[in-house]
Design a protein around this ligand. Structure first.
Ligand code: ADP
Ligand code: MG
Length: 211
């Protein structure tokens, strides 16, 4: 489902980051562990096609994304990848619904108002649809970020430190929402974190510091 081989990445003027090979099965949740600076965010961005690998292969659902053109990579990302970022990247001046309608618009994909309602329902935030994002609690905003990641029915959800800024209660809720959503949609979930509270929640683990 996701396989990486001999993958390396170097930011300009930095030392190269080498990633150990691994392969994940479809629908399986995985935890990507490692201390700050170990390359978790870089790896998620490589898998999600936001960064281009300089060496090595990334194969997702039989597609070697390292070999795709820019346009094909954009299309692949739009069809198959959902991101939950460390900071949620919601637009605070817009309502929850407007934020969710904006995401497909920016990706050049058809907006589906019915799908927006369905994911809001699934994540238990229908009552917040018309609320301005700046009026949400951090936990509620993370739910909206997860809803946005689910909109395109992705085959892969990549979540970068989704719980690091949350208290224990919200941490539990957010990770359970991600796990439920990935189970319900048979989505492969990769959660990058240095948050040790997640270790007992997701048994499959990759540790970058051991790479
Ligand atoms: P993590 O998410 O595990 O904290 P990152 O992937 O963010 O790790 O960073 C891995 C390494 O790459 C770090 O040494 C970091 O300083 C460096 N790095 C990350 N982003 C950039 C960037 N945009 N430009 C230069 N160096 C970067
Ligand atoms: Mg990071």
């Amino acid at each position: 489902m996701i396989r990486i081989e001999a993958l390396r990445y170097r930011y300009p003027g930095q030392r190269e980051i080498a990633f150990a090979d691994f392969s994940l099965s479809e629908g399986e949740p995985w935890l990507l562990l490692g201390q700050s600076g170990s390359g978790k965010t870089t790896l998620l961005h490589l898998i999600g096609g936001l960064l281009r690998s300089q060496q090595g292969q990334i194969i997702i659902k039989d597609t070697n994304i390292s070999g795709l053109s820019e346009a094909a990579l954009d299309r692949f990302r739009g069809q198959h990848i959902g991101f939950v970022f460390q900071r949620n990247h919601l637009i605070s001046a817009l309502s929850v619904r407007q934020n969710l309608l904006l995401a497909p618009y920016l990706a050049g994909v058809r907006q589906d108002a019915g799908r927006v309602e369905a994911v809001l329902e699934q994540l238990g935030i229908s009552d917040k649809a018309d609320v301005n994002v700046r009026e949400l609690s951090y936990g509620q905003a993370q739910r909206v970020a997860i809803a946005r990641a689910l909109l395109n029915r992705p085959t892969v959800i990549l979540a970068d430190e989704p719980t690091s800024a949350l208290d224990d209660n919200n941490c539990d809720k957010v990770i359970d929402l991600l796990l439920d959503a990935s189970r319900l949609n048979n989505t492969t979930l990769v959660v990058a974190t240095h948050d040790h509270r997640l270790k007992h929640k997701i048994p499959h683990q990759i540790n970058l510091t051991q790479a």
